[in-house]
Design a protein around this ligand. Sequence first.
Ligand SMILES: CC(C)(COP(=O)(O)OP(=O)(O)OC[C@H]1O[C@@H](n2cnc3c(N)ncnc32)[C@H](O)[C@@H]1OP(=O)(O)O)[C@@H](O)C(=O)NCCC(=O)NCCS
Length: 412
Amino acid sequence: MIEHGTRHNRRVKIDVRPYEGDRRAYLDSIGIGFGEHLDDEAAANFESVLEFDRAIAAYDGDRLVGNAAAISIDLTVPGAVLPVAGVTTVGVHPTHRRRGALRQMMRLQIDDVHRRGEPLAVLWASEGSIYQRFGYGLASLKASLKVKRYRNAFRAPHEFSGRIRLVSEDEARIAFPPVFDAVRPMMPGFFSHSAEFWNAEVFYFPEQWRRGRGKPFHVLHDVGGTIDGYARYAIRDGEENEVSVLDLMAATPAAHLDLWRYLLDIDLMSRVESWNVAVDDPVLLAIAEPRKLEMTMGDALWLRIVDLAPALAARRYRGDGRVVMEVADEFCPWNHGRWSLTVEAGVPYVEPAADSADFACDVTDLAAAYLGGFSFAQLAAAARVSELAPGGIERADALFRTDRAPWCPRVF
Ligand SMILES: CC(C)(COP(=O)(O)OP(=O)(O)OC[C@H]1O[C@@H](n2cnc3c(N)ncnc32)[C@H](O)[C@@H]1OP(=O)(O)O)[C@@H](O)C(=O)NCCC(=O)NCCS
């Protein structure tokens, strides 16, 4: 096994328990984990979105040395929206790393999520290698792109379907959430935003996050007065001016392409970049020269199936059918075993199975297939899933397959 880093001060005992103390001390501890000193404004923003009754802390004696929190969110999964734990602000102080603090915090957190009856936990990872050992699987991907102005033509002349207008940030604060909430239930990987989240995460863009970009601009897309899309972007000044897309959301494919065309055509700009678009964003097929998007893929949402039977019974499937799966789950033994998924007239039933399994997988693989991000055939090709009965993987894919790739538009 690979040892990550040195194991200094190993004799110090670390205790992990729910946090009950001064809020500012907890917020400062979050900052330390990420190598930052939080100023008052950043601390107040974090405080507004954190749920302190879900905050977990690691201690060396009475000294706070690590933290892991979660926010209660509604996650869209294929055919349903579920209450899940959005794991966030996980960190251990550099003085106390590699001594099991994270492992203890993950244990306490997953047991708490299980007790709360949330079937899933999701997170964005700073490093993808950290969370698989705790049962998180790679559930969605993201792409970033960077396209030069003179290489950004669509394959066909673009006819705008609606109107695009610039609005103030105050207007955007009112207009954006209803559009987002109209799109959210249809898009696996989207999660609900509280008013505090909009304020502290979406519209908060302090100097240290700007990296050369100015104050954001906001546009709305409407057809006949009905707003069905928006974008938020900032300009990065330099030898080559760049449009940095912070947000692009559209309720219709036509609004989506209109907003892209608008962003791609802003005068005096040399480039457009976005750090997080769907891997199957329609712009890829609309543009004349897809290579010029310079798309780069990366991991996005990591998902933990905390309670297997309710999680599998909560989503919807492609058709009727039955599969039996042998699932390994060391960290949550209540999931470990052989399960059947039977879908009848569109309704799924999940129960422990006595008959032989169609395929065997780890709980991380089920997580990777859960939102429709990866097929079992892809997981088998990566030597993660093994077929145990002829056609078993095809039967599973026939149930789990989705039309679009899942996408999580924002980090939490
Ligand atoms: C990542 C971090 C939280 C790990 O905390 P920790 O207390 O040192 O971790 P633990 O000692 O409990 O290690 C748990 C396991 O994770 C592994 N691990 C720890 N840090 C890792 C890393 N950066 N990359 C890969 N694996 C890592 C350990 O080897 C250990 O594996 P094992 O249980 O199979 O032996 C800590 O290094 C940190 O705060 N990093 C900076 C902030 C950050 O990246 N936070 C994550 C945000 S999503």
